[in-house]
Design a protein around this ligand. Sequence first.
Ligand code: ATP
Length: 198
Amino acid sequence: MRIRRLKLSGFKSFVEPAELRIEPGLTGVVGPNGCGKSNLLEAIRWVMGESSPKSMRGGGMEDVIFAGTAGRPPRAFAEVVLHAETAQRDDGTRDDLEVVRRIERGAGSAYRVNGRDVRAKDVALIFADAATGAHSPALVSQGRIAAVIAAKPAERRAMLEEAAGIAGLHVRRKDAEQKLRATENNLARLEDIMAGLD
Ligand code: ATP
């Protein structure tokens, strides 16, 4: 899946409608402290179905709505629109995907996919099928980078293994080692019994 465009309105510091085109290749977001770089990454996670206010640096989900400043009143809603292209099929074609999440004060969140009202679960499934989503290791927030740098080698290795999708192999290896030990015990018992029969 390729994210192509992101539109924000009333989302955190993005009080005025803002649109970003994301071109193929590496995208960097630069700007002074507090200009809203992290808010952009949070907008992507939010439209993908993030349901934890804590991971959006807020106390409640409505904290994503522009809260107002000395000169500007708060907004009544926040909306994020994500345009993406699905992965390429064998015949070279892709589908366009438009996901909209909107939250209104006192009314909660609503989602639309390609113009149709859907549930949060449906949105989560679309991104899970594309091996991405609000908790994808591909979305690396600022604190996460510091955590990787400060991590002990063993912790860093665990993070890398999780990102590489091989964390599950450790569980299987442990299972296999247990089975091997049990089989070795059985063989030893068998040898004892055979020795007794001679
Ligand atoms: P830094 O480089 O310091 O990490 P940043 O560019 O990542 O900063 P963000 O953390 O994305 O900046 O943006 C923080 C700004 O967003 C703050 O000025 C904060 O007041 C503003 N902000 C966050 N939530 C809201 C909200 N609900 N309403 C209005 N402004 C908000």
